[in-house]
Each structure stands twice: as C-alpha cells, then as structure tokens.
Design a protein around this ligand. Structure first.
Ligand code: ADP
Ligand code: MG
Length: 417
C-alpha cells in the first residue's frame, strides 16, 4: 500500500477532510505536525514531530523517516505546510514545486516582485521597512492604500488607509498583530494601492506547469475595508464568460511568474471593468472548511483531487466540478468577547438549499474580529440550481443566526462573582 506524508499545521481546519480522502483512496498516512497532542487522537501510529518554522530541519526529518517508511507523496496543508512539503518532496525525489517558488508565494513582497517582473496586473506597491514613516511610503503608492504583513493570512493585519495618518495608525496596528502572531515587530510591511472592483477566488490545480481551473468563486459581499472579513463564496461565478477567461488567464500567468508548476493554487483577483489585478496567489487550496463547497466528478472531494494528483493517480474525469451551484459563508464575527451561544442553528439548517452548518469556535472561548482575529466562527454551506439561489439561501440562513458574544469585561465580572 502506498504511504502519504501529510503535513498538518496546528491551526488547520482540514485534518479530517484530508485523512478521509486518504482513506477513500486506500493510502496509508503518516502525519507530520507540530504538537503530539494535536494528532494522537486521529493517528494510530507514530506521527512525525516537526517545526514548520524550520523547514530545512523538517525536510531532514522527513528524509530520515522515509528511510524506514518510504513515501509516495508529500502533501502540505494550508500556508504553513507548503514550504516543508516542497523541500521534503525535493529531498525524496518526488514531483514537487520548486521550494524557491513556494517561498516566493509565501512572502507577499517577493510575490509582488515576481509578478511585476512578469508584467502581471496587480496593485502598485512598496515595501515599508521598520523605522520608516508609513505616511511617506503610502503617499508614494497613492491613496487609498492597503497596509499588510508579508506572511499572515485570512486577512489578518490587512488594513485600508485613506490618508497618511491612517497609514501610520495601520502600520502600528499591523506591528502589534505581528507580535501577537509570534512574528518580528520590526519586519518589513507591504503597502499597496487599493484595487477597486469585485473580487473573485480561483481554485486551481497545476499539472506540469499548466493551470486547470477547478472553480471560480464570486465574493458577492463587497470588501471595501478598512478590514477585509471574507464572508460569501459562490460558484459558478456570474461574471461574463469573457471576463472569466481573462481572470483564468491572469491567474495562470501569476502562477507561472512565481515559478509554481505542481499542485493546488488558490488565487484572489479583483476585476474592475476590463482590468484584472492579482491580490495574491498561494500554492495551496482554499482554507478553513470552504473546500466542502466543492465536489468533482461523482462526489469527489477537493482533498481527494489534491491527493490523487500528488500520488500520480489518474485525474481525467475528476477535475470537472459538479453541475450544481454551490457556496459557503464564512460566518462574520460581530464583535470581540466570549462566545456564549449561536442561536437559531436549527432554523438556519432548515432553510431551503442549506447543506451544512459548522460552528468552529466552542462556547466559552474568545472570539476576535479582524484585523486581529485568526479564527473562523463557523461555516454555512448551500447548494442549488443557480448561484443566485445559493447566495440567497446563505443570506437567509445567516439571518436566522443570533451570535451571542459577551464583552470581555462583563465575562470577567461574571467569573469573579
Ligand atoms: N491592494 C488591495 N486592494 C484592494 N483590496 C485588497 C488589497 N489587498 C488586500 N485587499 C483585501 O484584503 C483581503 C486580504 O488580503 P490578502 O492580501 O489576500 O491577504 P491574506 O493573505 O490575509 O488573505 C483581500 O481578499 C482583499 O479583499
Ligand atoms: Mg487572501
């Protein structure tokens, strides 16, 4: 039986979905992860403990383990897993992305540099080193602008600024967020011109350098800032075919410019009339539990598509998404505090078209809105005969939910009593 090495960051939502995909494909799995406790529950056998922040050492450990138990593929999950996967696969002589390309895709400044060299449409940008006045750098880029960290994800620390004062405040706030994320406060930041327009996400699979588009999602809630909380994703996109063709072509050029050639990509682009600009392109699939909105061929999951590709199994009939429209809502976080309850779940589930609802923060735990937050409150899933119907199901179901959050001060008073 083939064995797969699956690199699972502690923060992933997708351990279960990748492990089920492996089971369905009949491959054995070794998990590489950062904390034993995280995985002992799902793994009968010895997991490999690695530090994802030290990719060279982790790749060395993978090579050592492979001498005992050979791996047919190394697959990294989410942003934090992909560099180790590329290095590990390289060590084992397996099909992989070049580690340099993956590193480039994990650093928003390096990504902008590579896209600029290739002339791919994107915002104007400038790197903001620590100690330099954000207002001056933002002034050069032009307003409105967006200040962001180079290496976080999920819109964490991404802030729009409309003038120099706001740019300074944003930069300071981003630095505090970096500290909270155990990153260096004196790291350079990125300042970009704000791209107006509608936003789409492209889910794709690279095979031998060719991008196959698996799905294009509309994001029908306008994301205008100052913070960018993602909510609705609906596929198929309702953009005109010519625009979609342009979006797909730009995404393919972006992957090529970064030097990526194999495996999943998740790209975000903005479309303003004729203009298509790349926000980012990551060498991974869609995050959170959003992949559950996708089904291929006859009921094949995105995780199965990814594993089949990594294992060199046939894919011919499974890269075509089912014909149903589908969508997911990342449930917005309405405020900071302690989550007391999410009421109305039964009503939400009963809404026509709703296919699932998962609350992913436990009662009694803290909820933190963006730009500081790094966790999803939950996910609503819908399916239907049209993208409009799916969008409407998600909105109606969301309106059924009442998220009860107790502000921290009140929660502390209550526990002191
Ligand atoms: N230059 C920009 N112009 C307009 N919106 C932006 C820009 N940069 C980021 N955003 C918004 O912020 C969101 C998150 O930014 P992104 O660069 O994708 O960071 P992350 O890696 O955290 O997802 C984007 O999906 C988009 O809505
Ligand atoms: Mg993004």
């Amino acid at each position: 039986m083939d064995r797969l090495l699956l690199i699972l960051p502690s923060a992933t939502y997708r351990a279960r979905d990748f492990l089920s995909a492996a089971r369905e494909l009949g491959v054995a799995v070794t998990v590489a992860c950062e904390r034993r406790a995280a995985m002992s529950a799902v793994m009968g056998e010895r997991a490999l403990m690695v530090r994802l922040s030290d990719p060279e050492r982790a790749a060395e450990q993978i090579a050592e383990r492979a001498r005992e138990t050979p791996f047919a593929a190394v697959v990294g999950v989410d942003d934090q897993g992909v560099v180790v996967a590329a290095l590990g696969a390289e060590r084992l002589g397996l099909a992989h992305n070049s580690p340099a390309a993956v590193v480039r895709s994990r650093d928003k400044a390096a990504m902008r540099g590579a896209l600029a060299v290739a002339g791919v449409g994107q915002p104007r940008f400038a790197v903001l080193p620590a100690g330099v006045d954000a207002a001056v750098v933002a002034g050069r880029v032009g307003f409105p602008c967006v200040v962001k960290p180079l290496g976080l994800s999920g819109s964490r620390g991404v802030i729009r600024a409309d003038d120099g004062e706001q740019a300074r405040a944003a930069a300071e706030r981003v630095r505090a967020i970096l500290v909270a994320a155990d990153e260096r406060a004196d790291a350079p930041l990125l300042v970009e011109s704000y791209l107006p327009g509608v936003e789409v996400a492209v889910e794709g699979l690279l095979r031998g350098g060719r991008l196959e588009v698996l799905a294009v999602f509309d994001k029908p809630d306008l994301l205008e800032g100052p913070y960018f909380e993602e909510t609705l994703y609906v596929t198929p996109s309702r953009l005109p075919a010519a625009v979609l063709a342009a979006v797909e072509a730009v995404a393919a050029r972006a992957a090529d410019a970064l030097g990526l050639r194999e495996g999943p990509v998740h790209a975000e682009l903005r479309v303003d009339g004729e203009r298509v600009g790349v926000l980012e392109l990551a060498a991974r699939s869609i995050g959170g539990l959003c992949s559950r909105a996708l089904r291929f061929g006859v009921g094949v999951s995105l995780e199965q598509v990814i594993l089949r590709h990594a294992l060199g199994l046939g894919l011919d009939d499974v890269v075509v998404r089912e014909s149903m429209a589908s969508g997911v809502m990342m449930i917005p976080i309405p405020g900071a505090g302690v989550l007391r309850a999410v009421e109305g779940q039964e009503d939400a589930r009963a809404v026509d078209g709703i296919a699932g609802l998962e609350i992913t923060i436990a009662r009694g735990r803290s909820v933190v809105p963006l730009p500081e937050g790094d966790r999803y409150l939950g996910f609503l899933f819908a399916r239907g005969t049209s993208a409009d119907a799916v969008e409407s199901s998600l909105r109606v179901a969301h309106a059924c939910l009442r998220v009860r959050i107790e502000p921290h001060a009140a929660a502390e008073r209550a526990s002191a009593r």
